[in-house]
Design a protein around this ligand. Structure first.
Ligand SMILES: Cc1ncsc1CCOP(=O)(O)O
Ligand SMILES: C=C1C=NC(C(F)(F)F)=NC1=N
Ligand SMILES: [Mg+2]
Length: 219
């Protein structure tokens, strides 16, 4: 599904990312709760030593995709392009160490292509390679991803916006309802979050608070 730039921008507002390894409860229940709280986009990121693999990973992906379909929340797959194509996901997200973006774009056609970028060069390359959005971070310290780049606040996003770079950008890393507004004030179009929702007592309440924080800056 070819999304317009402005549609992509609004999808990034409250972007929940999760895999079973990020959840203490049933991931299907966590996702349903987060959707009721108003998340605008979902990324299936089944990765790391506790993550599912093979048939179990595919089965969970299909179950979470069905939930997203029911509530019309677009479904992005992290890293695993073949899985995204197999289940007909709405898009993929790749990092700098994944398959080259040109190759990925050939495989996925008009699906959404998100690329992680940590500096100006990587952002410009991602734009030239046809990224629909950029993920930058970590904005704040995070325990969730062990091998992150240096914590960068919103310095990079502010710099990019000063240069008139208008591609949809989402911040990631250590984001909570308390600091979400500062990410958007810094120039991001929205926030992406793992722990603040996946480990919450009420994923619904956290999603709602995150969305309210983002919308409070947008007015
Ligand atoms: C995948 C990823 N990329 C940069 S930080 C991060 C983890 C974000 O997780 P959390 O929202 O729990 O800090
Ligand atoms: C490492 C990542 C960085 N950014 C993003 C997103 F928020 F989607 F842009 N997803 C990832 N998996
Ligand atoms: Mg990756």
């Amino acid at each position: 599904m070819k999304v317009s730039t402005e549609e992509m921008r609004s999808l990034l507002k409250t972007y929940f990312i999760m895999g079973s390894q990020n959840c203490d409860e049933d991931p299907r229940e966590v996702l349903k709760d987060a959707i009721h709280g108003g998340i605008t986009l979902f990324q299936f990121r089944e990765k790391g030593d506790q993550a599912l693999v093979g048939e179990e990973k595919i089965r969970l992906a299909k179950e979470l995709l069905e939930i997203c379909k029911h509530y019309q929340v677009p479904f992005i797959v992290n890293d695993d392009i073949d899985l995204a194509l197999k289940i007909n996901a709405d898009g993929v997200h790749i990092g700098q160490d994944d398959e080259p973006a040109e190759q990925v774009r050939k495989k996925i056609g008009d699906k959404i292509l998100g690329i992680s970028a940590h500096n100006q060069e990587e952002v410009e390359a991602a734009i030239n390679q046809g990224a629909d959005y950029i993920g930058t971070g970590p904005v704040f310290p995070t325990e969730t991803k062990k091998d992150t780049e240096a914590v960068q606040g919103t310095i990079l996003v502010q710099e990019l916006r000063k240069q008139g770079i208008s591609i949809p950008i989402v911040g990631i890393g250590g984001i909570t309802p308390e600091n979400a507004a500062s990410v958007v004030k810094g120039g991001a179009d929205g926030v992406s979050v793992i722990t603040a929702i996946s480990k919450a007592k009420s994923p619904k309440e956290q999603a709602r608070l995150l969305k309210a924080a983002v919308d409070s800056v947008m007015q």
